[in-house]
Design a protein around this ligand. Sequence first.
Ligand code: CO
Length: 139
Amino acid sequence: MRRPRGVRHPRRVFALGLAAVLLLASVAATACSGGGETTTTGGDTPTTVTTGPSTGTEGAQVVISNYAYEPAEVTIKAGESVTWTNEDSVRHNAASDENAFEGPLLSKGESYTFTFDAPGTYPYHCTPHPYMKATVIVE
Ligand code: CO
């Protein structure tokens, strides 16, 4: 509850924010799955919170337009991020097929960024439109 005063820790704040996002995504994914799955994750799922130098300028951009992700496949390196921006009037999100991440529903013009720490292939979809499918490849 206590916070140190007078000293700024931008990276710590970022890490805490990221942790909160991961926690929310995990909770949301669990809530949506409806099954008996737990939030325990395997070795191929990014669960660690990066505390190193910011890589905010690295990664890929995906535009959601006309009920599709463009491009439908992006390749990044571990530690980089993908930012999804919705350009439709309809709300969309980007949700991992394997509960690795789940972004919030984005209104037109809104964005969601997720940082991928572990190499792997991450298929994802739009929660309200499951036929919207695409993939992130992390090398
Ligand atoms: Co959608």
